[in-house]
Design a protein around this ligand. Structure first.
Ligand code: 173
Length: 322
């Protein structure tokens, strides 16, 4: 073999080797949850992770590091932004410290499938990429309105004299209803109720049994308002590092996760029955008050969004509304 042919075959070999390495590259993404490990959201995520890892051998894997014990609830957003972790399960209210706009996601009134179709996901990602250094991957919870849960009875839509546990989700609306508000992560709700630090709390229709709050809950106020948003987020540089093959695989699995969202309507029915069974009473209003209560929630929510970020609120509102 002459020198020329030898060097040529070496370079062909090198290229083949590199190509092979690229196709055989497996990446493991580190994921944390801002919600408790024994709660419904992580319970639903776990089988998805198992399937993701089983089908993603040689392509992409997820290493679930744990819940708030791994990273405290309100610090998860910054961990994604800075790349301390690659992925997280969280909700906008938990990372308003990264970008206040995160909490706007509670205001969606259309399905996740529609949000994919009408450009809402692109609009969200334009903001999330720029302000949060993160990619908004998939929303795994919908059809879960928030409610006010109380230990003291009210006979009108007024929380005067009551101390209510909140997150940013409820702040402006509950203040409008004259509540005294205290922000805590979910992990501190039980002890706040037990010690009488609060008379009630905001939470979606489902999940109050996960941390035993039913033991300390006497009433639920109907109707609900907004829609609980729980989503997978990813550090933007980590997302950009993925190969096309990995991105395609991830996207396929994210759509499969969202396709399971039909679960939530059934879950609501079950949770309503379960709450009634343990004696949680409902506080309801007449039809006109019910409507104005809900309307007020959205009016207050959008007004706060517009005040916070006029341009982004104006972009999101038509994409989020019916
Ligand atoms: O902690 C909360 O009450 C909260 O903001 C929230 C958001 C989404 C789902 C569940 C709870």
């Amino acid at each position: 073999m002459n020198k020329k042919i030898l060097s040529k075959s070496i370079s062909i070999l090198a290229i083949a080797l590199l190509a092979n390495m690229a196709s055989a590259q497996e990446t493991t993404l580190r994921l944390v949850s801002a919600f408790a490990e024994n709660g419904i959201y992580v319970q639903r995520l776990q089988p998805w992770i198992n399937k993701f890892n089983a089908e993603g051998k040689g392509v992409l894997q997820i290493n679930f590091l744990g819940g708030p014990k791994a990273i405290p609830t309100f610090e998860v957003g910054n961990a994604v932004k800075t790349g301390v972790v690659d992925m997280a399960l969280s909700t906008g209210a938990f990372y308003t410290n990264v970008m206040p706009e995160a909490d706007f996601l509670k205001l969606t009134q259309i399905s996740v499938a529609e949000q994919r179709k009408n450009g809402a996901f692109e609009a969200i990602n334009a903001v999330w990429n720029e302000k949060g250094n993160m990619q908004y991957l998939a929303r795994m919870v919908e059809n879960q309105p928030f409610h006010i849960y109380l230990n003291k009875k009210i006979d009108k839509a007024d929380l005067s004299g009551l101390k209510i546990r909140i997150t940013p989700v409820y702040r402006d609306f509950f203040l409008e209803l004259n509540a005294n508000v205290i922000t805590t992560p979910p992990g501190e709700v039980y002890s706040a109720l037990e010690r009488g630090v609060v008379d009630g709390y905001g939470w979606p229709i489902g999940g109050i049994f996960d941390l035993n709050w039913q033991e300390k809950t006497k009433y639920r106020v109907d109707p609900g308002f907004y829609d609980a948003e729980v989503s997978l987020l990813m550090n933007l540089p980590a997302f950009k590092r993925l190969t096309e093959v990995q991105k395609t695989y991830l996207h396929k699995q994210l759509l499969a996760l969202e396709a399971e969202n039909t679960f939530w309507a059934k879950y609501t029915t079950e949770e309503l029955a379960r709450q009634a069974k343990v004696g949680i009473q409902t506080i309801t209003f007449d039809a006109a008050t019910t409507k104005s209560f809900k309307d007020k929630a959205y009016a207050v929510g959008w007004a706060a969004a517009q005040k916070q970020s006029p341009e982004i609120a104006a972009k999101f509102k038509p994409l989020f509304s019916k």
